[in-house]
Design a protein around this ligand. Structure first.
Ligand SMILES: *[C@@H]1O[C@H](CO)[C@@H](O)[C@H](O)[C@H]1NC(C)=O
Ligand SMILES: *[C@@H]1O[C@H](CO)[C@@H](O)[C@H](O)[C@H]1NC(C)=O
Ligand SMILES: *[C@@H]1O[C@H](CO)[C@@H](O)[C@H](O)[C@H]1NC(C)=O
Ligand SMILES: *[C@@H]1O[C@H](CO)[C@@H](O)[C@H](O)[C@H]1NC(C)=O
Length: 312
């Protein structure tokens, strides 16, 4: 009798567990990042107090409220870029001329290359990009709660909370970019260095303000040990160069731009591409002596300049 009762309890507990799991996971994507509110507000204050105080005073609680109101209490597949308009308005700041850095398929490289806005200001180095970086979030219809179990992926619906946020952020970033614009592309990316559809192709290029832009500089950088799939003037990079030229921009393109190569070489010091012989680097940028480095004074000056490039 007792054991029958126990097995009934076990069976019903198992049943309830699997039932709640089915109920909880509505979508295929990961759920909202835990502690989202603290992370967003904390990052926002970190940004305005420490990373880039030049943006001036912002009310980070108000920005959080506007952010949350863009997607809570709504069907998580019906969130539009314009739902984030108030968040963007509250967090908008100047993007210094010549500092914009667009990219595709190399987010971590761009993150270290841009160096939190010290070298370049990529979207992730603006206040609105900074607080959303690497986070996940969504709400649910008829409830003010966040869904921590699952969120829709791009395949499940295009108008999900995260993708619509990044569309709005990309549009705004492009509209406020000026001077010399830089684009860092991955020459080893299997799907093409310039993917279309893609954020750069679909939300950034169409929103660049032609009269504010003096030049567009494209860098196509291959992985040190990766394949050289694309280069300037070939495949999708050629498509991009033609598109920008047709739009009337002054465009230059450089393969394996030296500064970026130095950064990649930190992890592959013994690879032949990283031996500090000038021939492997592009001719663009600051000059390195020709041929292998034999003179110790030259070696030392290169080491010093490398350290200057790489210490963050
Ligand atoms: C910041 O915004 C919050 C929420 O909107 C508001 O309650 C608070 O008074 C604001 N703080 C300042 C200093 O304006
Ligand atoms: C955001 O700012 C723009 C330009 O100042 C304004 O036209 C728009 O109404 C604002 N949107 C919201 C939701 O505050
Ligand atoms: C931006 O770069 C251009 C061309 O290199 C230069 O003429 C201009 O002074 C730069 N602007 C700023 C604000 O640094
Ligand atoms: C470039 O793309 C390849 C293939 O998708 C990827 O493995 C690699 O990590 C990317 N390189 C960088 C620097 O992100």
């Amino acid at each position: 009798m007792k054991s029958l009762f126990l097995s009934l309890v076990v069976v019903s507990v198992l049943f309830m567990n699997s039932f709640s799991e089915v109920q909880g996971k509505k979508w295929k994507g990961e759920g909202t990042t835990k502690n989202l509110e603290s992370i967003v507000i904390g990052r926002c204050y970190t940004y305005i107090r420490i990373v880039n105080p030049a943006v001036g005073e912002k009310n980070c609680s108000e920005i959080w409220e506007a952010f949350k109101n863009a997607f809570i209490n709504k069907d998580p597949c019906s969130i539009l870029p314009k739902d984030y308009e108030l968040v963007i308005n509250l967090s908008l700041h100047t993007i210094p001329p010549n500092k914009s850095l667009f990219w595709e398929n190399n987010q971590l490289l761009v993150k270290s290359f841009a160096d939190r806005g010290r070298r370049y200001m990529s979207l992730g180095d603006t206040l609105f990009g900074f607080f959303g970086d690497f986070l996940n979030w969504c709400g649910q219809a008829n409830s003010a709660g966040l869904d921590y179990e699952s969120c829709p992926t791009m395949d499940e619906c295009e108008n999900n909370a995260v993708d619509s946020f990044w569309r709005m952020a990309s549009i705004t970033y492009a509209q406020h970019s000026s001077g010399v614009i830089h684009v860092l592309l991955n020459g080893s990316a299997a799907g093409g260095a310039y993917p279309a559809p893609g954020f750069f192709a679909d939300y950034e290029i169409p929103n660049l303000q032609k009269d504010k832009i003096s030049k567009i500089v494209i860098w196509v950088v291959d992985d040190i040990e990766g394949p050289d799939i694309e280069s300037c003037g070939t495949h999708t990079v050629k498509i991009l160069e033609n598109r920008l030229k047709t739009l009337g921009y002054d465009v230059t393109c450089t393969d394996n731009y030296k500064s970026v190569m130095f950064l990649l070489c930190l992890d592959y010091p013994d690879d032949p591409k990283c031996t500090l012989s000038s021939s492997v680097f592009s001719v663009d940028g600051s000059p390195l002596p020709d041929g292998p480095l034999t003179d110790m004074g030259t070696v030392w000056s290169v080491v010093v300049s490398l350290l200057r490039v790489c210490i963050c």
